[in-house]
Design a protein around this ligand. Structure first.
Ligand SMILES: Nc1ncnc2c1ncn2[C@@H]1O[C@H](COP(=O)(O)OP(=O)(O)OP(=O)(O)O)[C@@H](O)[C@H]1O
Ligand SMILES: [Mg+2]
Length: 154
């Protein structure tokens, strides 16, 4: 089956947060979201929306120093990773990445390019590309080809 993907263009950080909210509200647990996109693309900004859409508080900050920030509420938990300084399976294992996977949690990983070979083939991919000063092209890809995320940006 070929992968399902859909794209939204945003023109401000606020619009990127809105997009994040939309995806966040679709999540049901067990998802791993691999972010792609360079420095300052908007991965952390998008994650603020993701947390809000999951019903978590809007206190998301970059996990650069901690490697992983955890957000817990009444429903699903969010584990927000920064893989900027991680490379290879052994290094990834020491972050606890695989232990955080659970049906009652969502993992969102910045700089997933660094751990690409370690990711399951049905990992969701969220790419953010700067196409202008404040314009971003955001594409969600579901490699399973399923329609679970159809219309996410509507
Ligand atoms: N449409 C937009 N969407 C998201 N961020 C935008 C947009 N336009 C401008 N920005 C700015 O781009 C920056 C995005 O920063 P953010 O920390 O979210 O990026 P990041 O991808 O997590 O970077 P890093 O790789 O350093 O962790 C912010 O300064 C934000 O204000
Ligand atoms: Mg970031």
């Amino acid at each position: 089956m070929s992968a399902y993907s859909e794209t939204i263009y945003t023109s401000s950080p606020e619009e990127t947060i809105e997009a994040g909210k939309k995806l966040g509200s679709r999540l049901t647990g067990g998802e791993v979201i691999a972010y792609k996109g360079g420095l300052g693309a908007g991965k952390t900004t998008f994650t603020r929306g993701l947390a809000l859409g999951m019903g978590l508080e809007d206190n998301v900050s970059s996990p650069t120093f901690a490697i992983v920030n955890e957000y817990h509420g009444n429903g699903l938990s969010l584990y927000h990773f920064d893989m900027y300084r991680i490379s290879g399976g052994e290094a990834l294992e020491t972050t606890g990445f695989f232990d955080y996977m659970s049906d009652s949690a969502v993992i969102a990983a910045e700089w997933s390019e660094n751990i690409e070979d370690e990711l399951d083939s049905n990992t969701l991919i969220l790419s953010i590309e700067a196409v202008g000063e404040e314009q971003r092209k955001i594409t969600l890809t579901d490699p399973s080809g399923g329609t679970k995320y159809a219309g996410t940006w509507n």
